[in-house]
Design a binder for this molecule. Structure first.
Ligand code: TYM
Length: 374
């Protein structure tokens, strides 16, 4: 059983561990739960609710109500999300990006997509800058393959496009003391001075559209909740710069294929990478931990626990679009009518189709990169 003790729950931009109690996280971070009313408001604009909203994968927000209200009064908003290029992109990363595309399509919104190669160089002493820049190029292909509108999406790589960020970053940095940064991010005496300044660089794109257009433009940030510390600092100083506080919509973490913990590149055998061959992905899935019982007999008698099972959760949050079929799969698992091997085979088939299609788009992306760059 996961340890439900709050002490065990660590959620920072660089570390996520322990059993994640999302209700408690809402309280701890001071965010708001996504209400029925807000979901209905999103549905009104989108026509239908995205799977990640229907199934509670996106669960929390700050000022989403305000930004939708502004939108309804004729004030459009920009979207902002990002990636720290520290290796290959995995399924967990693309979940919020798929949702960001849904928001872009629904609200016809401009998107700033930041690649923090500086951050990853600063926090990984084992990486040269050239290595991180190699990951950056590779990750950009995955981002473009998601299908963002090339007319409305700008990809910013920190070391390449710093001229767009630096003025904003120093304006942010002047209002954030070391004491605040240490309290929010857990910096220590041994932290290098680059990473201490870095939160100002991640804050900057939230104000970029306003700075470039010289109008105050609201900004909405879709991401997993691990990035929330950045937005707390950004929101605190926004009005000092004369800008709106950026709004957020937060998702949960996709678990890895092992027991407990989020999908994380630091444990590659428990990740499905977007560049894994279907054969490799199938092997990882077939070797995965599940919420099933130790024997077939027990599984049939006692049923499984899809809520703690990565295989069950991948079906639910990503690969089973049809609600009826998703609930039926869940029910059958709990009732002991579905065995783990069959459930894994079902998932492996879907993952294969998904990866082949993504990798095809990734190849096509190589000729489109210029259109997306800042
Ligand atoms: P990074 O590269 O760690 O993560 C990229 C995006 O993926 C989310 N994420 C996950 N979501 C679900 N399940 C998981 N297992 C999982 N692991 C990661 C992250 O929340 C993020 O949305 N510093 C950032 C880069 C960044 C950024 C941003 C992210 C710059 N500006 C604005 C979001 C929004 C980083 O290293 O993300």
């Amino acid at each position: 059983m996961p340890n439900q003790n709050e002490e065990e729950m660590v959620v920072t931009p660089w570390k996520v561990s322990g059993f994640i109690d999302y209700d408690r996280l809402i309280q701890k971070f001071g965010t708001q739960p996504l209400t029925e009313e807000l979901l209905n408001c999103l549905k009104k604009h989108a026509g239908s609710l995205h799977l990640q909203l229907r199934r509670g994968y996106f669960f929390s927000h700050r000022d989403l109500d305000w930004i939708l209200d502004q939108y309804e009064r004729g004030q459009p908003f920009v979207l902002y999300t990002g990636r720290g290029p520290s290796g290959r992109v995995h399924l967990g990363h693309v979940l919020p990006w798929i949702f960001t595309k849904y928001l872009q399509d629904t609200f016809d919104a401009k998107l700033y997509f930041q690649l923090t190669d500086d951050e990853k160089f600063l926090v990984h002493p084992e990486f040269t800058l050239e290595k991180v820049q190699g990951f950056t190029y590779d990750n950009i292909l995955d981002i473009i393959a998601i299908g963002f509108d090339s007319e409305k999406t700008k990809i910013i790589t920190d070391t390449k496009n710093i001229e767009f960020l630096y003025e904003l970053a120093i304006k942010v940095a002047r209002h954030v003391t070391f004491s605040t940064a240490r309290a929010v991010f857990g910096f220590e005496d041994s932290s290098n001075i680059g990473i201490i300044f870095f939160p100002a660089i991640q804050a900057a794109p939230a104000f970029l559209e306003s700075a470039l257009t010289k109008r105050n433009v609201p900004c909405l940030i879709p991401a997993a909740i691990d990035q929330d510390p950045y937005w707390r600092v950004t929101r605190d100083i926004a009005s000092k710069l004369g800008y709106y506080k950026p709004a957020q919509i937060h998702c949960k973490f996709l678990p890895g294929l092992g027991k407990g913990g989020k999908m994380s590149s630091s444990m590659p055998e428990t990740c499905i990478f977007m560049t894994d061959t279907p054969k490799v992905a199938t092997k990882k899935i077939m070797n995965a931990y599940t919420g099933g019982q130790a024997t077939v007999e027990e599984q049939k008698r006692l049923g499984g626990k899809p809520e703690v099972c990565p295989i069950g959760l991948y079906h639910y949050y990503l690969f089973q679009e049809d609600d009826e079929k998703a609930y039926e799969l869940w029910r059958k698992c709990k009732a002991g009518e579905l065995l783990c091997g069959d459930c894994k085979t079902l998932l492996a088939e879907k993952v294969k189709v998904f990866l082949v299609e993504h990798q095809r788009k990734r190849e096509e992306a190589k000729d489109k990169i210029e259109k997306y760059l800042m």
